[in-house]
Design a protein around this ligand. Structure first.
Ligand SMILES: *Cc1c(COP(=O)(O)O)cnc(C)c1O
Length: 546
């Protein structure tokens, strides 16, 4: 009787569906069908007692139909996003007012759901995919990555052990080892040696850099406690950690989560003369002072490409200093790490062969959608010593053989997504040469922007540009003090972002407000960078006339 029931429901819905069907483009723009009316009529159709089809959320034909609509939506979105305001004009809580405030009891055609997405959600988006987005660091993406993520969602493996997801586990390991080769990381960070046997290094794809910091901090903490003969955690208050004052603030959060005393988190001051890099001499002084005071230097976080100004800490020398104290060194290369797949930028990672761990987020610059933070550790055992779990219900022969990597032992959670697929699909589909071309083209556009800024005497470049981000500001001149200039830069950013035609963000470097222009949104072309500069100039002109 089931097919008849389906047929019945389908035929009752047919007029409704055809009244709703519209090209995805108009879904985005919204159209005039009243959602409340539609919902009411659908509800009355579906509420027929005793004649309900079995609920099949993965009915293969529904999957095909829904996903085709979703794919059309995505494709149309990319075709149209350039003309949408980058920053939406919505107030906090706006969505509550647009959508039903309680979940519906009865089903709705998928078209209604998609229509609400287009009418209410899209207009409230800050469009990270817009080519006019220059804020923060870009969230880069590609067709291959989206396809990989879609398929990973469909396969929906929960890869805690190798046995629970052999292909997903091995794909992650393989993708990480491939990326390690692109970055020319030392073989000690790889899961597999060149002969195919298991190496001592290990990699894992996590969601965020914060998690990479957290798990390595925990491993370093436990190693330091063991080394200093602490019973349990009694020695914890004596452990100290170090990073430059430019280090991402999430480092302090990760330290607190890992149980370090906030009083023992050292923020080493940087200077403009030193381009805001971590000064190894100051690091040494700080670590030595702590040892003299009876503390245990435990962990140093070096950054390659700081968030504020893209400063690059001298990884090799930092590692040498840390080695004197037996401290763990982690390199946070969340954004700039991706650039190091190009031989001409690889020198920024020099010295990485001496560190304990490094994390790079391909979701920032390697065309792979969120979330994808690749963490490499020299000695995978040091992570699993702290994070291994071995409950009876997860025991299996593969784990017992010692031949496999169980990724649950290198992360906070147990379950995990099939994140390796999208990263592999990106590298497999585009190839190294294209990925390098992508990095070079972003950097060339940033260089061009830098040139345009330099040619305008009203502006200054605040720090030397290392990658695809330019730090600039309206400079103080004549009667204008630095404080006035700060205010002018704030107003410029505000007025610029209000236009909806560009979105840039700011930071504070050396106590001054600085505008950050980050090139690299995946749809961006030179013309977008040029028009953003024209807009910056005209907005500045208007301000100066007022
Ligand atoms: C983006 C960024 C972070 C924060 O990363 P999450 O993945 O959001 O935790 C940390 N460090 C650097 C250098 C970054 O660019």
């Amino acid at each position: 009787r089931q097919p008849t029931r389906h047929a019945h429901v389908r035929s009752s819905l047919a007029p409704l569906l055809s009244s709703l069907s519209s090209p995805a483009g108009s879904l985005i723009m919204g159209s005039s069908v009243d959602i409340a009316d539609v919902t009411a009529s659908v509800t009355s159709v579906l509420a027929v007692p005793d004649d309900k089809p079995a609920f099949q959320p993965l009915d293969p034909e529904d999957v095909r139909a829904y996903l085709h609509k979703a794919v059309d939506f995505v494709s149309d979105y990319y075709a149209n996003v350039e003309s949408m305001p980058v920053l939406p004009d919505v107030k906090p809580g706006y969505l509550q007012g647009e959508l039903m405030s309680s979940p519906p009891t009865y089903s709705t055609p998928f078209d209604v759901t998609m229509k609400e997405l287009g009418a209410s959600v899209v207009p409230g988006m800050t469009h990270w995919a817009s080519p006019n987005f220059f804020a923060f660091f870009p969230a880069t993406n590609s067709a291959a990555a989206i396809a990989g993520d879609l398929i990973a969602s469909a396969l929906n493996t929960v890869g805690f052990t190798w046995q629970a997801a052999p292909a997903a586990t091995e794909m992650e390991v393989l993708a990480l080892d491939w990326l390690a080769q692109l970055l020319r990381l030392p073989a000690t960070f790889m899961n597999r040696t060149s002969t195919g046997s298991r190496g001592t290094g290990g990699g894992i794809i996590l969601g965020t850099t914060s998690e990479a910091m957290l798990v390595t901090l925990v491993a370093a903490r436990d190693a330091a406690l063991r080394r200093s003969g602490s019973i349990g955690v009694s020695g914890l208050p004596r452990l100290a950690v170090y990073a430059a004052d430019q280090t991402h603030s999430t480092f302090f959060k990760a330290c607190r989560l890992a149980g370090f005393d906030p009083a023992n988190i050292r923020s080493i001051p940087t200077t403009a003369e030193n381009h805001y890099e971590l000064d190894p001499a100051k690091l040494f002084e700080s670590m030595q002072a702590d040892v003299d005071a009876g503390l245990v230097p435990t962990y140093v976080c070096a950054t390659v490409g700081t968030t504020s100004s893209n400063a690059v800490d001298p990884v090799g020398v930092v590692a040498e200093v840390a080695a004197l104290f037996g401290a763990w060194v982690h390199v946070d290369a969340a954004y700039a790490g991706s650039a190091c797949i190009c031989p001409e930028f690889r020198h920024h990672l020099n010295g990485v062969e001496r560190v304990d761990s490094i994390s790079v987020s391909p979701h920032k610059w390697l065309l792979t959608c969120l979330d994808c933070t690749c963490l490499y550790v020299r000695d995978a055992r040091r992570l699993s010593d702290s994070m291994e779990t071995n409950p009876e219900y997860l025991k299996n022969d593969a784990t017992d053989s010692g031949e496999v990597t169980d990724l649950k032992d290198m992360q906070v959670g147990v379950g995990r997504r099939f994140r390796g697929l999208k990263l592999w699909m990106v590298m497999r589909t585009y190839g190294t040469a294209k990925l390098q071309e992508h990095i070079r083209s972003d950097i060339a556009m940033a260089k061009m922007f830098e040139g345009l800024v330099r040619a305008d005497h009203r502006f200054e470049i605040v720090v030397p540009r290392n990658f695809a981000m330019v730090c600039f500001r309206i400079k103080a001149s004549g009667a204008m003090t630095e404080e006035h200039a700060d205010e002018a830069n704030r107003v410029l950013m505000k007025n610029l972002n209000k236009t909806g035609k560009a979105y840039i963000a700011h930071t504070v470097v050396g106590h001054r407000i600085v505008l950050r222009f980050a090139v690299g949104s995946s749809l961006q072309e030179e013309r977008h960078v040029r028009s953003a500069w024209e807009l910056i100039k005209s907005t500045t002109n208007k301000m100066m006339m007022e």
